[in-house]
Design a protein. Structure first.
Length: 243
């Protein structure tokens, strides 16, 4: 009897906790309509910062485009510390449709611009600042950091755990492999991997991808297919006993 009561009590408490957490996530999300305590310079229609947010400061110098998806525990900072006057221009800019995966960090002590429709996996680290180590007698953490602008072109895909260092300039539709450490300039339509990252595949207008892709190209969705039809097809593929 006591065991049955204990299990019932646990189920009731578990449901209450999950419902409460779902409510908190919805209520704590940041949007243009419900910015909470965060006062960004601009936040576009349809953009959402999931709850709980990571460290966020320097919002008056942060511009978020429309329809951005910013995951839980994402850090967005402009300036080296809160409450600085950073001048008249934005420091950190996210274009329309940018996705930042859970636990990612974007640290903009000088300008960082992420182009539209760039997707970042979880735990990506993008920074315009790095410690210097010129003086061998002084602790590295006490030496004044170096800052260089970062620019990420439109349509890029940045894999899980990648690091984008100060001064990096990524072209259009660049793919950054998971765990890569990127510095310097990356041309359009390139795939980079490694630490430090190097180009491992690139697009040639005459030859296509070099070296050639090892997987078949995805089959495009036929013209005229509606989202409702795609959902109906997904329902047909779902097993009968699926929830």
């Amino acid at each position: 009897m006591f065991s049955l009561l204990a299990r019932h009590h646990r189920r009731v408490v578990s449901r209450a906790v999950h419902r409460g957490w779902a409510w908190a996530r919805e209520a704590g999300a940041v949007t243009a309509e419900h910015p909470g305590r965060l006062r960004f310079r601009a936040i576009g229609t349809g953009t959402r910062l999931a709850f709980p947010q990571g460290t966020v400061f320097g919002e008056p110098w942060i511009v978020l485009g429309a329809h951005c998806v910013i995951g839980e525990q994402v850090t967005l900072t402009a300036g080296m510390m809160p409450d600085l006057d950073l001048g008249p221009d934005p420091i950190l800019t996210l274009g329309d449709g940018v996705v930042l995966g859970r636990g990612s960090h974007v640290i903009a002590d000088t300008t960082v611009a992420i182009g539209p429709d760039t997707y970042c996996g979880p735990y990506v680290y993008i920074t315009s600042t790095n410690h210097s180590y010129d003086d061998p007698h002084e602790p590295v953490g006490k030496q004044w950091p170096r800052m260089e602008p970062v620019e990420i072109g439109p349509g890029c895909w940045i894999g899980t755990g990648a690091v984008i260092l100060p001064g990096a300039r990524l072209g259009r539709n660049v793919v950054v492999a998971a765990g890569a450490v990127v510095r310097g300039e990356v041309p359009d339509h390139a795939v980079v991997a490694g630490a430090p990252a190097r180009v491992v595949r690139s697009w040639d207008p005459q030859e296509g991808w070099q070296p050639p892709l090892r997987t078949p190209a995805p089959v495009p969705i036929p013209e005229g297919v509606t989202p409702q039809q795609l959902l109906a097809l997904a329902e047909l593929d779902r097993p009968a006993d699926a929830p």
